[in-house]
Ligand binder design. Structure first.
Ligand code: MF3
Ligand code: CO
Ligand code: CO
Length: 252
């Protein structure tokens, strides 16, 4: 069942979305060579708390930290650690989910650390564009699979591919609600978009054609590319409006 949010719920989701966006803006200057992902975790956790919200990842199905930090070949759900030190040339996705007044806001960005290889820089820039292609496909009356189709069409031009095993999701009082949002075309996403639906779009884009991923058997969370290649991701929480989409996790 896909929930249609009412006015009051949408207002709460806007507030949660803005705060999640603020956390990403806040953390950006700290994402530099030499810092640990644990340090980024602690800063984000403190900022979130100071703003009267809760970090949703902490203890979510046993996740041990307050944010996800996914470096290079890590696709998603990277666990912040004192021993993961960022170095020049790395890319790192910082994924923030806050709970404000009972409602979730979920957004992520891939940051570039120091001097990043041109090919990787392009991957990062185009992954952000791909997210916006997906957002551009959101319109009431259209099918959800248009989102995945737009993203796939854009990224495959460059020889990239999107991860198929993870996707975006409905969001509200729950972190993960229906629908499951695919970042490729699939008949499984033949769902009519309606004003008042809220979901995330969060393409994970692989630099090559191989999109296979593995989950760590050691920590049970860290998702990596099977071939060890680089992967980038951007995420926004989106509201379907009468005419298109409103990005809830964007300021201004
Ligand atoms: N924020 C992630 C998402 O975009 C989910 C992280 S789940 C966690 O859906 F448990 F790893 F935090
Ligand atoms: Co999400
Ligand atoms: Co997220």
């Amino acid at each position: 069942m896909i929930k249609i949010k009412n006015k009051a719920e949408i207002e709460n989701m806007r507030r949660a979305g803005v705060l999640a966006a603020q956390v990403l803006i806040y953390i950006e200057p700290f994402v530099v060579a030499g810092v640990s992902t644990q340090y980024l975790n602690d800063l984000c956790a403190e900022f979130t708390k100071q703003h009267g919200a809760i970090s949703a990842p902490l203890n979510y199905h046993g996740f041990p930290k307050s944010i996800c930090t996914s470096i290079n070949n890590v696709v998603c759900h990277g666990i912040p650690s004192e021993t993961d030190i960022l170095k020049s040339g790395d890319i790192v996705n910082v994924d923030i989910t806050v709970i404000l007044n009972g409602y979730h806001g979920d957004t992520s960005r891939t940051f570039m650390v120091g001097d990043v290889d041109e090919k990787i820089k392009s991957l990062v820039q185009r992954t952000e564009k791909a997210l916006h292609r997906g957002i551009g496909a959101v319109k009431p009356g259209k099918y959800l699979y248009e989102v995945g189709r737009a993203i796939e069409k854009y990224v495959t031009k460059f020889g990239y591919s999107t991860v198929k095993d993870y996707g975006g999701h409905g969001i509200g009082k729950e972190f993960h609600e229906e629908p499951f949002v695919l970042h490729h075309y699939s008949i499984n996403n033949k769902i009519r978009l309606q004003a008042g639906m809220i979901f995330t779009i969060e393409p994970m884009v692989c630099i090559g054609p191989n999109y296979d991923v593995d989950t760590s058997t050691t920590d049970g969370w860290t998702v990596t590319t099977v071939d060890g290649s680089i992967n980038a991701q951007f995420e926004h929480t989106i509201l379907v409006t009468a005419t298109g989409a409103e990005i809830l996790t964007q300021i201004g």
